[in-house]
Write a protein that binds this ligand. Structure first.
Ligand SMILES: *Cc1c(COP(=O)(O)O)cnc(C)c1O
Length: 235
């Protein structure tokens, strides 16, 4: 079996080879390690291989890990992203512990986070989650609602809108996935005309990373390809 370090090197190599390398307006891609259901040992191994941005889906599980690493030499370097669905009653925990929230989809949660973000921390970086496949009962707003939510978020001083994220339906055909990624890129470009400082389009997981990068993703969220299958070890 490959080590986490080897997996990280392979993913980084794959990303580098997908980027156009002679363009003026160079696309950069941030690699986010999705560490849900992975142990602090696995995270430490990734940190030792220079991975510093991690993403979690479950608030309490994440906070246990965040507290653990706050007492290690990694405390200042590590960056935590919340990528799970967020209930209103958990918003304070996210506001107090995370650097990024990628699944913002309601004005009410935005307002709560703005009130709850401690003054001792920089503004919380947020992404609006788009339900790009228009699936019923799926988190995220519809594409046509994005301007309205962006206006709310940008009026709140303790939040910093960075861009958009989506989890498209898993089509077996790469062409279908690419179509949805390209729609996301269009929505992102249009929003960026109104808010030029937006810099993040969070798209792509282990299964569909190449298509996402080719369609303009600037942040990929990779779990399995770095850590192996989930659910084998709990701390
Ligand atoms: C679990 C998860 C990922 C990572 O999925 P892999 O297929 O393991 O790479 C990415 N994004 C979100 C929102 C997730 O929940």
């Amino acid at each position: 079996m490959q080590s986490i370090k080897q997996n990280l090197q392979a993913v980084r190599w794959q990303i580098a080879n997908l980027l156009p390398n002679c363009e003026q307006d160079q696309q950069t891609v941030t690699l986010l390690a999705v560490s849900k259901q992975q142990s602090v040992r696995a995270i430490t191994e990734a940190l030792e291989a220079d991975q510093t941005a991690f993403a979690e889906n479950y608030v309490q599980e994440a906070i246990n890990k965040i507290d653990y690493f706050a007492n290690t030499r990694w405390a200042k370097k590590i960056e935590w992203h919340f990528i799970g669905p967020l209930q209103a009653n958990k918003s304070r925990l996210v506001a107090e512990h995370f650097d990024w929230l990628q699944t913002l989809d309601r004005p009410r949660i935005a307002q709560r986070l703005n009130q709850q973000r401690p003054d001792s921390l920089p503004p919380l970086n947020v992404l609006i989650q788009i339900n790009i496949s228009r699936e019923m009962q799926k988190s995220g707003i519809l594409p046509e609602q994005v301007d309205e939510l962006a206006d709310v978020i940008t009026s709140l001083p303790r939040l910093r809108l960075r861009g958009l994220m989506a989890i498209p339906e898993q089509h077996p055909h790469p062409e279908q996935r690419t179509l949805l990624f390209e729609q996301m890129q269009q929505i992102f470009c249009r929003l960026k005309q109104r808010y030029p400082r937006l810099d993040t389009l969070s798209l792509g997981m282990s299964e569909d990373m190449p298509e996402a990068i080719i369609s303009g993703s600037t942040m990929v969220r990779i779990g399995t390809a770095i850590f192996g299958r989930r659910g084998r070890s709990a701390n």
